[in-house]
Write a protein that binds this ligand. Structure first.
Ligand code: DAH
Length: 344
């Protein structure tokens, strides 16, 4: 009996020490197994109680039960301690720092070419022009023939054309927005005052040419329209687009669908006319082509050239955007580099 009680006392000491020393749940379960689990030492003593002499049974049983109770409650409180410690550690690790600046989506905005395009459109709307459109894949007839480029005419070489092979050369990606002049006149009787914005395509690529670019076409047909109206309109357009006080000049040129034809320059926006690399030392920058509608074009759409006259013009949108923002390489518009695009 004294032996058994000192054994129980020792198991109590050792069990409590093992529980106190446990660093985590698995240490703790290990201690439980050794001392008071089903196969633990204290449980072993309790199982042996039945084999003891009668006079010892009660005392040994009580003592071992008490020790088992003590060990169980030490186990429970140590388990709670360990779990709490782990929870605190985990929360420290996963804690949300609400003071960090958020990572929001990058706000988008319109492409500089689209911005310039809609600025041009709104200028002409305010001047009384309505907006017309036409197909990107165009008939040879509208892109060339009805604009007075006969088949085999060398003026076609001015435009490096993408032909649609399966259509036997009858379909092209439009090389300019001028075909919309013809489509509009087929649909409407004069007076006509329209602009036609759109995408155009040429087999051409370098720092000032892209195989896909944008134009805005203009057309006005009525009685008594003269070149003075064209000059007045384009002068106003330049004032509204580039600001006041930018001199403009008309140079004689050639287009099959206008007669006379002109190219229009504004004073160089970079050097103010003194001459620089951008204007090739000339002090002037070309911004568009224009002219009085050739009477033979009226012949294609059934307008009476004795009764009506008209003017037309066509401008490159990228070119105007480049001049407004001082951009020297057209390809920057289409590289989709956010560092470039986000500046506008
Ligand atoms: N379509 C011409 C081109 O792309 C530009 C042009 C010139 C349009 C004179 C016109 C015009 O309407 O009158 O080169």
């Amino acid at each position: 009996m004294p032996e058994t009680s000192s054994l129980i006392a020792r198991l109590r000491e050792e069990g409590l020490a093992a529980i106190a020393a446990a660093r985590n749940e698995s240490d703790l379960l290990d201690a439980k197994g050794r001392f008071f689990g089903k196969k633990g030492a204290v449980s072993g003593i309790l199982k042996g109680v039945a084999g003891l002499p009668v006079e010892e049974r009660k005392a040994v049983g009580e003592r071992a039960n008490r020790v088992r109770g003590e060990l169980e409650s030490a186990f429970d409180s140590r388990l709670a301690e360990i779990r709490e410690k782990e929870r605190v550690a985990r929360e420290g690790r996963d804690r949300l720092d609400v003071t960090l600046p958020g990572r929001g989506p990058i706000p988008g905005h319109r492409h500089p070419v689209s911005q310039t395009m809609s600025d041009i459109i709104s200028v002409f709307r305010r001047l009384g022009f309505s907006v017309q459109g036409g197909p990107d894949v165009e008939k040879d007839y509208y892109n060339f023939e009805a604009l007075n480029f006969p088949p085999e005419h060398p003026a076609r070489d001015m435009q490096d054309t993408f032909y649609v092979e399966s259509a036997g050369g009858d379909l092209v990606l439009r090389t300019h927005t001028s075909p919309i002049q013809i489509r509009t006149m087929e649909r409407m009787k004069p007076p006509v005052r329209i602009i036609a914005p759109g995408t155009v395509y040429r087999s051409d690529s370098d720092i000032t040419h892209s195989p896909m670019f944008h134009q805005v076409e203009g057309l006005a047909v009525d009685r008594n329209i003269t070149m003075a109206d064209l000059k007045g309109l384009l002068t106003e357009f330049c004032r509204m687009t580039f600001g006041p006080g930018k001199p403009l000049r008309f140079r004689p040129s050639y287009f099959p669908f206008t007669e006379p034809s002109a190219e229009v320059d504004i004073q160089c926006v970079i050097c103010g006319g003194s001459g620089c690399r951008v204007c090739k030392e000339s002090g002037w920058l070309e911004i568009l082509g224009a002219g009085m509608v050739d009477p033979s074009v009226f012949g294609f759409v059934g307008y009476d050239a004795e009764e009506y006259t008209g003017f037309a013009f066509g401008m490159g949108v990228e070119r105007i955007a480049m001049l407004r923002h001082g951009i020297s390489d057209i390809r920057l518009f289409f590289d989709n580099d956010i560092r470039f695009l986000s500046q506008f």
